[in-house]
Design a protein around this ligand. Structure first.
Ligand SMILES: NC(=O)c1ccc[n+]([C@@H]2O[C@H](COP(=O)([O-])OP(=O)(O)OC[C@H]3O[C@@H](n4cnc5c(N)ncnc54)[C@H](O)[C@@H]3O)[C@@H](O)[C@H]2O)c1
Ligand SMILES: [Zn+2]
Length: 357
């Protein structure tokens, strides 16, 4: 089974990618652990609960349902889950299993990070986006009214179990949105992954198991390498924001209702590719392959009707600005990045215009 190590100053753990990995969850619960709390949503449990139960191998656990949805990714829900844990005998020896999409991974991870000042969490992501991005790396969060993911903690899991088989039940739109993050991984760090996505797009879109497993394994390997080099996003980890700086403005400007996160990232990558060409970092010829690869996983929702000037104004409000300066992750070629600041606003506006048109 491909297993990738994540090294952080506090801890080393593995992200395991394997079809059928759900069947092994019980083996990852420490023998001396107390109560196990599985945090999940009803839809995920309906589809995959029986597999997880079998995978627990007879280990008893308590089920905690979370309603799901970005609007419920709130501190009040973390508090309510914590109250339920106490009521059901949770203590410092308890373990959380976060079993669901990125929202459950973020919220369940946050719950574990602060319950009794911190207990272990096992991450079991069930959307493609969560498998290749949200569940690996230890970032946990909840939303504030003032913005997404504005409270949270770094809390690395005991293990991250990634089972591509669970994707069989994922709606098409969620699957394609997750693929945007896989394309991102290829563009920023792996020409091999990029070529796989480009050449075998029909097999990837049809969810052919071996190809999907390969894509996930490559993307997870890249995320593990980057997080190991820079857990807290002071340097290398920033390259994971490729397509996100402008992508976030699409999400925010449309009130987080029109685009799935991955869809906004796809549009943000198109903008970042245009910007890379316009600033002279990327030869136009090479940009065509990147744009074509993204197109092969579309059609993406169009951004028509969003005002480029308003999107530009939102850029400086992004929480990833550093002392007010917007840093863009650009790409000079497939598999490489360049972090650039101080780009003329008019050039950024033009790149946004080209994407929105
Ligand atoms: N911590 C990080 O580093 C990080 C990185 C990227 C994204 N995120 C966060 O992840 C969240 C988005 O995650 P998401 O895209 O997975 O959305 P999500 O968690 O809302 O899941 C999407 C939908 O799919 C359902 N679902 C999950 N697995 C399924 C399956 N196997 N079959 C059928 N349905 C299934 C979910 O219940 C939900 O309705 C955002 O809140 C974002 O901030 C975090
Ligand atoms: Zn993302």
């Amino acid at each position: 089974m491909p297993a990738f190590a994540v090294h952080t100053p506090a801890q080393t753990y593995e992200a395991k990618v394997e079809r059928g990995a759900l069947a092994q969850v019980g083996g990852h619960v420490p023998a001396k652990a107390g109560k196990v709390f599985v945090v999940t949503t009803e839809d995920v449990w309906r589809h995959h609960g029986s597999t997880l139960t079998t995978g627990m191998g007879g280990r008893s656990f308590e089920l905690l349902f979370f309603p799901g949805g970005e609007s419920r990714k709130r501190f009040s829900e973390v508090e309510s889950l914590a109250e339920q844990m106490v009521a059901r005998g949770g203590d410092r020896a308890s373990v959380v299993v976060a079993f669901g999409g990125g929202i459950v991974n973020d919220l369940g991870g946050f719950l574990a990070a602060i319950f009794m000042r911190g207990i272990p969490v096992i991450q079991i992501p069930t959307t493609l986006l969560a498998q290749v991005d949200a569940a690996v790396g230890g970032k946990t969060a909840a939303n504030l009214v003032s913005g997404k993911n504005l409270i949270g903690a770094f809390h690395q899991p005991l293990v991250c179990l990634i089972d591509p088989d669970v994707l069989a039940t994922l709606p098409e739109r969620e699957y394609l949105a997750g693929l945007a993050e896989v394309i991102k991984a290829g563009i920023i760090r792996s020409e091999g992954l990029f070529r796989l996505l480009y050449d075998q797009h029909e097999a990837v879109r049809a969810r052919q198991p071996e190809v999907v497993e390969q894509c996930i394994a490559d993307a997870v390997r890249i995320k593990c390498e980057v997080v190991s080099a820079d857990e807290k996003e002071s340097g290398l980890r920033r390259i994971l924001n490729f397509g996100h700086t402008i992508g976030h403005t699409f999400e925010a400007e449309s009130g987080y209702t029109r685009f799935l996160h991955g869809e906004a990232v796809a549009l943000g990558m198109i903008a970042a590719i245009h910007l890379s060409v316009m600033t002279g970092y990327l030869p136009e010829k090479e940009s065509l392959d990147m744009l074509e690869c993204i197109r092969r996983y579309g059609p993406w929702p169009i951004a028509a009707g969003l005002e480029p000037e308003r999107l530009l104004a939102r850029l400086s409000h992004d929480k990833k600005t550093i002392k007010g300066t917007v840093h863009f992750v650009l790409t000079p070629k497939i598999g490489a990045t360049e972090v650039v600041s101080g780009i003329d606003e008019r050039v950024v506006l033009e790149a946004i215009r080209k994407t929105v048109e």
